[in-house]
Write a protein that binds this ligand. Sequence first.
Ligand code: CTP
Length: 402
Amino acid sequence: MILAGRRVILGVAGGIAAYKAAEIAGTLVKQGVEVRVIMTRAAQEFITPLTLQTITSHEVASDMFTPRSGGVAHIEAARWGEAFLIAPATANIIGKMAAGIGDDLLSTIVLAFDRPVLVCPAMNVTMYKNPVVQRNIQALSALGYYFIEPGSGRLACGEEGPGRLAPTAEIVARLESILGGSGDLGGLKMLITAGPTREPLDSVRYISNRSSGKMGYAVAKAAAERGADVVLVSGPVALSPPDGVNVVFVETAQEMHLAVNRHFEWCDVVVKAAAVADYRVQAQPGKIKKGATPLTLTLEPNPDILRDLGERKGRRVIIGFAAETEQLETRAVEKARNKGADLIVANDVTRPGAGFDVDTNIAVFAYPDGRTVPLPLMTKSALAHRILDQVLDLREDGADNG
Ligand code: CTP
C-alpha cells in the first residue's frame, strides 16, 4: 500500500459534499494513512466533527483560538502533514487561497503549508463555471496546487453539470501519485544539470553568468519526489541540494561535460538546465597584473554539451533550456532541431517573472517538429512538474531521433 504510514491533513470546507469527507477519511485510514481533519465552521453544519474524529481517531480541529498546550495550532499542523487534501473545496476556500487570506484555521494552515496541496472542488455548476472561480483555480494551478476536476451530473441543487466532488477512488489515486512511494517516475534514471559554469581567467578571477540554479534544482527535487533516481551535476550555486538527490559539483564547462559524460550511459533522461558558458578564457597561470594598456582576453569555444548528447541520444529523452531575448519561439524550435533535443524549455529572460534568480518563470515548450506551447507565469517548482509530465509523454512517444 503506497500510502500506508503517510500523514495527510484533510481540510473539509462547508458545502453539501462535506458529508463525503467521512468516506474519504475512512478509505485513507483503511490504507494505513494517518489523517488529521481540519473543518471550517460551515462544514460542521453538514457533518459533525465527532463523525470525522471517530473515523480518524484524532481530534478534529476547526478553531484558531482554542487554548492548547504545546505549539501554535496551524504551524504544528502544517509541519506535521506530508500532503494537504481539501475535499470538498468550496468557491470560498479556493478564493481565499488564491488571495492569500487566512481568516480561520483551515485557510491559515494552507498559508503555512509548503508541501503538496490537492484541492477537490465541489459546488453548484454556475459557481464552478464563474470566471472568477475559474481564474482562481488557474492561478492556484500555476502556483503548483493540484486540482481534481469535479464530476458532472445532477447536483444537490437540482442543476446538471460539473460540480460534484470527484469520486473517492480518484482522489485517493491522485494522492498516491502525488505522495506515492515509487511515484510516476519510479525507476527512471535522470541526469539533470543546473547553475552557471565558472571559467577562470587566472588563478584568482573567473567569468560566469547570472544563473542561480533554481530551475535545475527545482526539476531535481520534483523528480526525486516523484520517484526518479537523480544525479544532479551542479555548477557553483548558493542552494542546498534537494533530499534524495546525488549531487556532483563542477566549476567549468569542461568539468560539467566530463561529469555529464560519466553518467550519460546510465541515464534514461537528461534535463540540461545549466547555463553553460559558451566560451572559456585561455587561462593564464598566476594572477594577471594590471597595467595602463587595455587588456585583451582570448576566448575559445566550449563544447556544446547538449548538442554532443543529442548526437548520441539513442532512446533517451533529452530536454534543453534556452534563454532568449527575442524571437523566442523560432529560436527555441531551431535549438531543439540543432541540438537533437526532444523539448526545449525556452524563456524570455527580459520579461518580469522570468529569468535569473527569481522563483517564477514564464516558459514556452518548443519541439523539433515546430510545435510551441506557451505556459503562463508559474513557480519554478510548478514548471518543474510540467517538464516532468513532458518526460512521461515523450517516453510514451518513444523519443528516438538519433
Ligand atoms: N548548453 C550546453 N553547452 C553549452 C551551451 C549550452 O549544453 N556549451 C545547453 C544549455 O544547458 C541549455 C541549452 O544548451 O540547455 C541552450 O543554451 P543557450 O545558452 O540558450 O543556447 P546556446 O546554444 O548557448 O545559444 P545562444 O547562446 O547563441 O543563444
